[in-house]
Design a protein around this ligand. Structure first.
Ligand SMILES: [Zn+2]
Length: 411
């Protein structure tokens, strides 16, 4: 039996263009055919999904979520037992899927294997959820961004070094290999201080160029993506020079950083939403230090991303969802902030579909609606190319991942 989807407007993600009155044919979990509605001969047992009045596009991909974190005002999950956090993470992943995110990349978990457990439980069909790509634990330094972990709390502060804390190129290599050994899909480095850290300045470079190079070497040997958290200018420059795959936040990027991003084909994952939310979070319980740091960075972020985008840096969709006041499945305001930063509607939709798939090195499987791809498809009321704010949890009327329907408000 075939599932046949009638599409009023189809954005297939191969280009920024759309086509009217198309039919997508789905068999099991794959897209098998796309054709004009007038050319399709219905069969008696076709299962019809009628989105004739809707905007149909590939399932959304969020390249920067933290499944371990639940979006509460404080990151209490950092010091909770890893088993409990993994169960919460599954719930978070499911919320992301119900927001239309058929794929998420975990940008660093609070325990070594938690994200992989969620990924594997979903992919083996034991539980439902989005496709999950993992980083294992983010790799940080002694006293670095989010260096506190459950193990430190349990066994006394700093008695031993957690596996994700590395203070030399050799230690970074070991930490990277440890993540891959325990099943991470990719590597995530904390290159500068962060908004949610208790110590240090937000933009201070914490990881040296040589340490980043060591991680990039490991990534290249294993054909893995290396993403870097970086707010400050010097950390962004070091990461860009070292040739990482993507720079997350990319807040204080300057012209020299942009130059190296272009030279080494480094993408930006701006996560504009998180600074907006945190800067406004004091009355909702966010720590004063985090509010101050976010407020300091916020005014520069959009302008710097605009500069990078206009000069040709590829911007890919990510949100930092899970961090304080960023609940999973409700991260769509990032689309609006990207538009405010000057990114075209076409590039915004591509950023959350094909560009993201390409960054994951999964472009032959997901990110576009083409024969042979997994059937990860959403439908939206309204036209996001004309009004990007019309792409949100409420307007997404249909969600299919891997050929299975998770939301369907059609008749
Ligand atoms: Zn993050």
């Amino acid at each position: 039996m075939k599932t046949v989807m009638y599409c009023g407007t189809l954005f297939d993600g191969t280009t920024g263009q759309t086509a009217k009155n198309q039919v997508i044919v789905i068999e099991e979990n794959k897209i098998t055919e796309i054709l004009e509605k007038s050319q399709y001969q219905p069969e008696a047992d076709d299962k019809i999904i009628d989105c004739s009045d809707q905007f149909v596009m590939p399932g959304l991909i969020d390249m920067h979520v933290h499944l371990a974190f639940c979006g509460k005002a404080a990151l209490t999950e950092l010091t909770e037992p890893p088993e409990l956090v993994a169960l919460k993470a599954l719930n978070n992943a499911q919320e992301d899927l119900m927001g239309g995110f058929t794929t998420v990349r975990d940008a660093g978990f609070s325990s070594l294997r938690g994200a992989q457990a969620v990924r594997d439980a979903i992919s083996s069909g034991i539980v439902w959820g989005p496709r999950v790509f993992t980083s294992g634990m983010y790799i940080t330094q002694t006293g670095g961004h989010l260096a506190t972990t459950y193990s430190q709390e349990s066994f006394g502060q700093q008695i031993f070094k957690p596996v994700n804390t590395a203070d030399s190129p050799d230690e970074v290599r070991t930490a990277c290999r440890m993540m891959l050994k325990y099943g991470a899909d990719q590597l995530k480095l904390m290159v500068t201080g962060g908004v949610l850290s208790n110590s240090g300045g937000v933009g201070e470079q914490n990881m040296s160029y040589e340490e980043i190079v060591a991680a990039v070497e490991v990534g290249k040997m294993h054909n893995r993506v290396v993403s870097c958290h970086a707010h400050g200018t010097s950390g962004i420059l070091a990461a860009a020079k070292a040739g990482v795959t993507s720079i997350e936040h990319c807040t204080m990027v300057d012209d020299e950083g942009i130059e190296y991003m272009l030279k080494n084909n480094v993408a930006a994952v701006p996560t504009l939403i998180v600074l907006h939310v945190l800067a406004d979070g004091l009355s909702k319980g966010v720590a004063q230090s985090a509010v101050d740091k976010a407020a300091y960075l916020l005014p520069k972020h959009a302008d710097n991303i605009r500069n990078a985008y206009e000069r040709g840096v590829r911007c890919v969709f990510g949100t930092d969802t899970g961090t304080p006041l960023g609940p999973h499945g409700y991260q769509h305001k990032e689309f609006v902030y990207m538009a405010e930063a000057g990114i075209s509607s076409e590039d915004i939709l591509l950023a959350a579909t094909r560009y993201a798939a390409e960054l994951l090195k999964w472009e032959d499987q997901i990110g576009t609606i083409q024969p042979g791809k997994f059937a990860d498809i959403i439908a939206v009321k309204g036209n996001p190319l004309e009004d990007i704010s019309s792409l949100n949890r409420d307007t997404i009327s249909f969600i299919m991942k891997d050929g299975i329907v998770y939301k369907n408000e059609q008749n």
